[in-house]
Design a protein around this ligand. Sequence first.
Ligand code: CAA
Length: 379
Amino acid sequence: MDFNLTEEHLMIQQAARDFAQTELLPGVIERDEHSIFPAEQVKKMGELGFLGMMVDPKYGGAGLDSVSYVLAMEEIAKVDASAAVIMSVNNSLVCAGLEKYGTEEQKVKYLTPLAKGEVIGAFCLSEPEAGSDATSQRTTAIDMGDHYLVNGTKNWITNGGTASTYLVIAQTDASKGHKGINVLIVEKGMPGFEVGPKEKKMGIRGSDTHTLLFNDVKVPKENRIGEDGFGFAFAMSTLNGGRIGIASQALGIAQGSYELALKYAQERVAFGKPIFQHQAIAFKLADMHVKTTAARLLVHKAAVEKDQGLDIAHSGAMAKLYASEVALEVANDAVQIHGGNGYVAEYHVERMMRDSKITQIYEGTSEIQRIVISRGLVK
Ligand code: CAA
């Protein structure tokens, strides 16, 4: 077992760190305050290969491994968790799903521009009545011979307004339960497809989250991914990898909050000495560091297992469950260490505390992760 990163991993980590410091940090407070999507920054992320990191270069990707991906995700999320979720959805839900299960035509037409970052994608599973209970899809995709007719509503869709390519999960045959669900590639601009209202969120306010409306949208049969009825298995399999992305986003929020608190504790003087020299603060920082390091080990273990082609349902869920809990705890502690300054925008940690909460909710709540983990305990 070797815990050292390779030269290549270190280079990717440094490139993401430099990008985050020079391109994401300036303006991150303003983007949060006014819920501004980081369009320019996302364009640059595409040019640098951060939006299709694991995709085969023949489809426009960077051809890197999952360890590279989680390293880059952590660096981006340390500074801007909104940019991190945009990146995560594009990489580990949309590109990964298309690359693993799409046809050659679908990969050429849809995956290539997504992996190059020329367009971005959205993964549309959640509905008003089907959040955690993902089998209860109300959106329908009725088989009309050469096309599907899609009707329904999707909620809380990351990249909902800015995406061009949408992977939409919908029920074709309710009598077959989860085996009657399909996944279809829907393009922005298809008649009957409308981007609904943008959500006003507690955190990750730079990412645009929308309701999507489908009203008799005709989707050609060739836009179905996989065999008829494969949609639920597609969603579950893709989410297993997506959870590693969100775990690394949570890890980045924790590490970023910890670093800010450590720096502040060495600069801020109270009772005649830097507050780091007060044991109450030093011990808190020690705990924050231990938890963040433990979360990183789980995230890297899941990424390594993914690269080894192992089943990552269990390890991905463990990484997401633990890293998201750590993100909340560490960001909360970072605010506490900053005192009054921690409660105002300029010191960043209040945003990170708000941003951290979503990591316990999307791509399966903590309760869902515990379902996945506990099911894996008994064979
Ligand atoms: N990996 C692979 N297959 C899985 C799986 C997993 N993690 N979980 C379930 N399956 C398979 C089962 O093996 C079963 O397969 P068979 O057809 O061969 O029998 C099938 O799926 C049905 O499974 P269950 O009977 O266990 O289904 P269930 O309804 O009891 O529970 C669940 C499934 C795990 C709770 C699932 O509904 C789930 O994961 N819910 C959470 C949904 C979610 O994560 N939503 C996130 C939305 S996307 C998002 O958030 C993106 C974003 O904005 C950032």
